[in-house]
Design a binder for this molecule. Sequence first.
Ligand SMILES: Nc1nc2c(ncn2[C@@H]2O[C@H](COP(=O)(O)OP(=O)(O)OP(=O)(O)O)[C@@H](O)[C@H]2O)c(=O)[nH]1
Ligand SMILES: [Mg+2]
Length: 221
Amino acid sequence: MSNERKIIEINSAVLGKNDEIANENRRAFQQQRLLVLNLLSSPGSGKTTLLERTLKELGAKYHIGVIVGDLATERDAERLKKEGKNVAAITTGRTCHLDASMVRAAYHRLSLEGLSLLFIENVGNLICPASFDLGEDSRIVLLSVTEGEDKPLKYPVIFRLADLVIITKIDIAPALGCNLNELNANIRQVAPGADIISLSARSGEGFTQWLSYLGHRLVHK
Ligand SMILES: Nc1nc2c(ncn2[C@@H]2O[C@H](COP(=O)(O)OP(=O)(O)OP(=O)(O)O)[C@@H](O)[C@H]2O)c(=O)[nH]1
Ligand SMILES: [Mg+2]
């Protein structure tokens, strides 16, 4: 057997096993009537900052859990624990994505009583996390205005699988000369069915739209 074929077979087996566990996760989440959102982006696009502000604004109204993955350190988990108690960290070591078994283990470390919304902050990476179903309801891809208008065209797989794309850090778009029309058009080209929200977790611009999106999703869960 050629090496290439061997690699393809190993990859298929790994992804097949992951899909089985993801489906078990999905059943467990559904039994709990839990809305589960998987947040994906390149490193530093603003996932943790978005979650910090979301927990601050919605934490009193809903019981929210967060599973947060990083290669090294629990820095994001420590940041999030200042805004909400129900946070589980996953440190992946050399692995560039979360997988369904890691999420299953972290889920059991959360306090599940009354939980209605679970965010999963994936490892910052625009490539590998796209291949791994975690059992989530929806995938949300963040793209900051610092990354360049062409990123949806260059990394189409992750955008194609997104239910919602959030353009982040719009407070600094003018200083960067970021062309938001071009960015929107490139997202539309790759992910015509996805919703798009533009916001700044720093200034709060656009945040109401994000909170309305979450409210709507929770009501229809
Ligand atoms: N100007 C501005 N900066 C932001 C905004 N959101 C996040 N940042 C900054 O961007 C940097 C990265 O933000 P994080 O929230 O840590 O990004 P992340 O996607 O969680 O990063 P990783 O977990 O390492 O992938 C920090 O310095 C934030 O303060 C925003 O809306 N506006
Ligand atoms: Mg983070």
